[in-house]
Write a protein that binds this ligand. Sequence first.
Ligand SMILES: [Zn+2]
Length: 233
Amino acid sequence: MISINDDLKIKHGNRGDKKIALTFDDGPNPYFTLKILDLLKSQGVQASFFIIGRWAEKYPDILRRIHKESHSIGNHTFSHGGDHDDDAKFGDYRRCEETIENIIGIKPRYIRVPGFGYGHPVRVRELRKYDLQNREYLIIDHDINSDDTNLDISPTQIIEKVTREIKPGSIIDCHDGCGSHKVHPETGEVIKPLDELLKERPKAIYQALPEIIRVLKSQGFELVSLDKMNLLG
Ligand SMILES: [Zn+2]
């Protein structure tokens, strides 16, 4: 039995295995997830998808395809909201889990906390309060940030960063979707609506992926789902 604790924030897999996990957050997104799945399939590569429950409810067929094609599935909350009170926040994980289970018949084994505040210890303590200790959840972080949420980044910059930082066991954080509007950090004013972000934000990582996969394969790395990574050893 695995309990949630600070030691189990997993940033990478076994450094002795030349295995890499590509992970995608914030989907399913009808504008990009299917294209990414096509690309992964054509390259014979498995990845992992951290699902937002409300998008899965809206696009269940995309989640079914992710599962059918043997990619790993993670819980990324139902709403991706950051401003709930505690009960609502914990309920958000539970609701995402139920949504995923209703669609594909299995509970996800992985959690990724929304937002890059993930590493903040309060957030991990919050998860522990959610009392997940009877479930075999692993909290998955990353050791390589593709920086693909930066709307100004180019595919070339993503390729350079990822291939420069890669190590055996790396977990690369990418996004096939989006959780919410982009708001001004001070005024809270919406500066980019959600639908525009869903169409635009994953573009750079999608364009960068073929070259990232080519380079990593040429260096002898195997791109695998989290289910196939040695995460605890
Ligand atoms: Zn997210």
